[in-house]
Design a binder for this molecule. Structure first.
Ligand code: SD4
Length: 329
């Protein structure tokens, strides 16, 4: 064996050994379809309550889990009083409302749109990208063109109230996303990410947002990036993220959470470990917020955030309720 071949062989073997010892790739959690925990819907922030309600209604009326995820988040997209998703979302620093959304079904198919303007329901455009095109992501003008060709109506998404917030912000134009802007009533950013598991343990997820308020024109966050803001593997579970998308993007957070569950972590442990990855790698973590929620195929749920103040809604066993997430700092 020449030297090069030897190095190739030994490094491949080393790599396999490493994978073997650290990642049990097929170790999905045991699935018990009889369990009372199913169906379950989990979603981010208090707008999760009406979203969960709609998603559960879809499941209870015989709809499939993908419809449940889409219809659930559409409630929030259509609410002009919500300034972080769909119509009424806060604009970028130049005054444009630009939306990001993604969706993943139990078959592992995924679709997303980013930097999309003038369409109230980006999640439904993302679903059509998934179902009607050979692609996963459409962006900007092309996404809008596809939406219009598919029958979506264009509409101005900048409501007078959102415009007022923007004009207020323009006075200082100081862009530094601070922790838990989310909690100021009627302001700023809270993405809706929703995960649904039906009674058979099939999983779908959706995530939709106007992104960070007053972001740079053209900025795309984590929410439309499969594996960052949203990930589902029907053998294991699903995860979705909210908060400062840049920190989620750099650690591919939702994919990480799902892979950790695949390797035996509970949803709670997986969310905690993914947040700790950010803490370890990113000095920004001290000043920013990120929250993850997760569910596994058995209907167990979990959540964790960098900072206090993150909450989420869980609809399970007949009850739709808010839970305060634990946090690192
Ligand atoms: C983003 N993750 O665009 C989104 C914003 C968000 O709660 O989740 N806010 O970075």
């Amino acid at each position: 064996m020449n030297r090069r071949k030897f190095i190739e062989k030994t490094s491949a073997a080393g790599l396999l050994g490493l994978i073997g010892s650290h990642l049990k790739l097929d170790a999905a959690p045991a699935f018990n379809p009889g369990k009372k925990a199913l169906p379950v819907i989990i979603s981010t922030w208090s707008h999760g309550i009406p979203a969960n309600k709609e998603a559960m209604k879809v499941l209870n009326s015989g709809g499939n889990v993908l419809d449940a995820a889409e219809k659930g988040v559409m409630v929030v997209e259509a609410d002009p009083g919500n300034h972080s998703v769909g119509i009424g979302g806060l604009p970028d620093r130049d005054g444009y409302v630009t939306l990001d959304a993604s969706i993943i079904g139990p078959d592992g198919n995924a679709g997303s749109v980013c930097f999309l303007q003038n369409i109230v329901h980006p999640v439904s455009v993302a679903r059509l990208v998934m179902e009607k095109t050979p692609h996963v992501i459409l962006a900007g003008e092309g996404a809008l063109q596809f939406a219009v060709e598919s029958g979506f109506k264009e509409q101005n998404l900048l409501t007078p109230e959102a415009e007022k917030f923007w004009k207020e912000w323009l006075k200082k134009s100081d862009y530094d996303p601070v922790i838990n802007w989310e909690n100021e009533p009627n302001k700023y950013h809270d993405t809706i990410g929703l995960l649904a598991v039906d009674k058979d343990g099939d999983i779908a997820g959706a995530c939709t947002t106007s992104g960070l308020a007053f972001k740079m024109h053209g900025r795309v966050g984590d929410s439309p990036i499969i594996g960052a803001g949203l990930y589902v593997d029907n053998d294991v579970g699903g995860a979705t993220a909210t908060g400062m998308g840049e920190l989620v993007l750099k650690t591919l957070g939702s994919f990480l959470v799902v892979e950790l569950m695949r390797n035996g972590r509970s949803p709670q442990q997986a969310c905690e470990e993914a947040v700790m990855r950010i803490v370890k790698k990113d000095p920004e973590s001290k000043k920013r917020q990120v929250g993850y929620i997760a569910v596994n195929k058995n209907g167990e749920t979990g959540a964790f955030s960098l900072q206090p103040g993150f909450n989420y809604a869980v609809y399970q066993d007949g009850e739709n309720r808010m839970i305060d997430s634990k946090s690192h700092y």
